[in-house]
Design a protein around this ligand. Structure first.
Ligand code: NAD
Length: 463
């Protein structure tokens, strides 16, 4: 649905009113276009002394042909030269250069005193980041740091990044990537995502990268030859997921309830996919999914997107509304996963991606059933991830306010509050959720397991 406030804010009178009343001014965010470079604009690259991920980051910047700049940092220059990354000089005191992204390797920060490296690097250039720009800090997983002092300093990065996301405005997104020991070679899919407009509505997030097999992919079609099942695919976020996974090369089986057959056919035919009209709560749903994918080589990817709301305060909530929401949003996911995992229904290096919600993180008035179900989805990810084998991973996205039929049904005042209470001052688009799901679905994302990433423009709720 259209955001009339955003349209108004672009008109001359709107600009005047918004400026004078100090209202939020939502900027049109850059979004990914096929066949464009990962990042369009200059990248400033920095590193704290003794950082250990500089070479891996430089390799990714080299692979994406980033127009890279760096200050006088000999360790960084050497790491860049080693992987063939050409780095232009950025001189101290240069206030003219503008950057589309700033990437800082903070892995060398060993104690809280050394956090001053963040200030020293970012303070001079804080006003030189372009609209829809990116700030990316890469650190070491605190839990694996060799000393408590380093663990504390690395943990501190989270507060820094989240504050940058709130401060920089202009649609600039800030992310923290924590990298496990020896997992530097697994960061490419994540860095590509956070640098590109695919992450338009993701900000203030922490993505954790673990050591895993490095799988070579065609980055233009990272899902080539894969079969993906998307539940709730006939409209809204599910439709966008089906389109994005198909764009990335997958054959998509679009699943929705039989009543949605017409829309399901429309979506599937637009992307050359197939349909599966079943209720995800049916006892044999897992079996039917496995059977439907069998002709296409089996399930490589399953996206648990189908979900409903039945909002009532707890005092007014009938038991059947409670049960319906828990069953569709949570129990059905558990049953389908159990069936597929117990019956070899997911291929090696397979991907399970669940759709949670920030309601499941923050809780929400009138949504005890929904929030319980979506918090449970986070539980599914957290407790399944360590058990998975054969390169299979499970992750979740937690959308905030996304412009769909679901949010169009929210009363006006609450809807407006939901839309504006985030660092981007606007609702997200279904494609923003889909792009984040595509990161987790990617064949290259072997090192991403057990993550929950919010797609909420850094909503204030539950942050
Ligand atoms: P939507 O209502 O537009 O689409 C949901 C789809 O799921 C529908 O096509 C519906 O028919 C299908 N579905 C429902 N029950 C089903 C069942 N039993 N079996 C098979 N299919 C079923 O919703 P949406 O806004 O696109 O939301 C998609 C997901 O994102 C949901 O899980 C929702 O909870 C979550 N989410 C949405 C938002 C938002 O702002 N829109 C925010 C947070 C989370």
């Amino acid at each position: 649905m259209t955001d009339q406030y955003q349209a108004f804010s672009k008109s001359p009178i709107g600009k005047f009113v918004i400026k004078n009343l100090g209202l939020p001014s939502p900027l049109e965010l850059d979004r990914f276009q096929s066949a464009t470079p990962v990042i369009q604009g200059a990248v400033l690259f920095g590193a704290a002394p003794n950082s250990v991920l500089t070479g891996d980051i430089a390799q990714v910047l080299s692979n994406i042909h980033a127009n890279t700049y760096a200050g006088n940092n000999s360790a960084l220059q050497q790491a860049a030269a080693k992987v063939g990354l050409s780095v232009s000089a950025f001189n101290d005191g240069d206030k003219e250069s503008k950057f589309k992204a700033v990437v800082f390797d903070a892995s060398g920060i060993q104690n809280s005193e050394q956090l001053s490296e963040l200030h020293a690097f970012f303070n001079p250039i804080a006003r030189q980041i372009q609209s829809s720009g990116r700030v990316i800090v890469v650190g070491l997983t605190p839990e694996q740091a060799p000393t408590i002092k380093q663990a504390i300093a690395q943990r501190a990065l989270e507060g820094f990044v989240k504050s940058v996301g709130k401060e920089f405005k202009k649609g600039i997104a800030a992310q923290l990537v924590y990298v496990d020991k020896d997992a530097g070679q697994n960061i490419e899919s994540t860095l590509r995502f956070v640098l590109s407009p695919r992450s338009a509505y993701v900000s203030g997030q922490v993505i954790r990268v673990a050591k895993a097999n490095v799988v070579d992919v065609d980055w233009a079609k990272p899902l080539a030859g894969k079969t993906a099942v998307v539940t709730g695919a006939s409209r809204g976020i599910g439709e966008a997921i089906a389109h994005v996974l198909s764009r990335d090369g997958a054959h998509v089986i679009c699943l929705d309830v039989p009543q949605q057959q017409a829309d399901l056919d429309r979506v599937a035919s637009a992307i050359g996919g197939s349909t599966l009209a079943i209720d995800i709560t049916a006892a044999d749903a897992g079996e039917k999914i496995k059977a439907a994918a069998a002709q296409k080589g089996g399930v490589d990817i399953i996206i648990h997107n189908a979900g409903i709301t039945r909002d009532k305060t707890l005092a007014n909530m009938k038991p059947e509304l409670w049960d319906l929401v828990i069953n569709i949003n949570l129990s059905a996911i558990e049953r389908v996963n159990d069936y597929l995992l117990e019956h070899a229904g997911i291929n090696e290096n397979g991907r399970i991606v669940c759709v949670s919600s920030i309601s499941g993180i923050a809780g929400n008035l009138g949504q005890t059933n929904y929030a319980a179900s979506k918090a449970g989805v986070i539980g599914v990810v957290k407790f399944t991830a360590p058990l998975l084998q054969k390169g299979i991973t499970i992750n979740a996205v937690a959308p905030g306010f996304i412009e769909t039929q679901m949010t169009a049904a929210i009363p006006f005042a609450i809807r407006e509050a939901g839309r504006r209470m985030n660092s981007m001052s606007q609702g997200g688009q279904p494609v923003d959720v889909a792009e984040t799901i595509a990161l987790f679905a990617s064949t290259a994302s072997t090192g991403l397991n057990g993550n929950v990433v919010r797609v909420c423009g850094q909503s204030l709720l539950g942050a």
